[in-house]
Design a protein around this ligand. Structure first.
Ligand code: SF4
Length: 213
């Protein structure tokens, strides 16, 4: 199978950084879209909160919105998002089955990496999403997302290819779709990662696409 067809398969900041109080996803979203806790609020067009099945067993976490995501206020809707959809579908997940979000909710200018203080300010939103959705498995896309969630500074090679337990979640690390677009040679290891993810999902989520309510 060629690298290209690997996934062509069926199937001035204001306010504090204090963690907001627990609530439901809609109320968290409503609060987040007004957020001005870091400088990215000054350049964003939209807050990209995240979307998907609010009872998903699998929560996909990327780094930050890009231009298309910023314009549409939806995560992973540009070229990277189209590839992510193919990757997920290749192992039997439709987009509506999972929840998709980012470490950072507002687009960094020129798609630069998010800064440490921006991540610290934004992480409480993701923490609330994880608390509410309560997935079993996290798919961490790229080194920034993985290092942030897992609290390490490891390389992709050191993190991918295995299940990493973090808090109440089983984490799978793989390449960000944007990186796969730049380097198609990484599609093969990504394919191996998501096959491992699917097999683990079958074990811990008992073969169902969504968890029992
Ligand atoms: S990036 Fe996060 S913390 Fe910063 S303004 Fe946007 S939502 Fe708020």
């Amino acid at each position: 199978m060629s690298q290209e067809s690997l996934f062509d398969l069926p199937g001035t900041p204001s306010g504090s950084c204090q963690e907001p109080p627990a609530r439901d996803l809609d109320s968290v979203r409503n609060a987040a879209i007004e957020c001005r806790k870091c400088r990215l609020s000054e350049t964003r067009r939209n807050v990209v909160f995240g979307e998907g099945n609010p009872r998903a067993g699998l929560f996909v976490i990327g780094e930050a919105p890009g231009a298309e995501e910023d314009a549409q206020a939806r995560p992973f809707v540009g070229r990277s998002g189209q590839l992510l959809d193919k990757i997920l579908l290749a192992v039997g997940f439709e987009r509506k089955d999972v929840y998709i979000g980012n470490i950072i909710k507002c687009r960094p200018p020129e798609n630069r990496n998010p800064l440490t203080d921006e991540i610290e300010c934004c992480m409480p939103w993701l923490s609330e999403q994880l608390d509410i959705v309560a997935p079993k498995i996290l798919l961490l896309l790229g080194r920034v997302a993985a290092n942030t969630i897992l609290g390490n500074n490891l390389s992709m090679a050191a993190m991918r290819g295995r299940i990493i337990r973090w808090n109440d979640f089983d984490c799978v690390v793989t390449y960000h779709p944007a990186a796969l677009l730049r380097n198609p040679n990484w599609k093969r290891p990504c394919w191996e990662d998501v096959q491992m993810l699917r097999a683990h999902y079958e074990r811990v989520c008992q073969g169902s696409v969504t968890r029992d309510a």
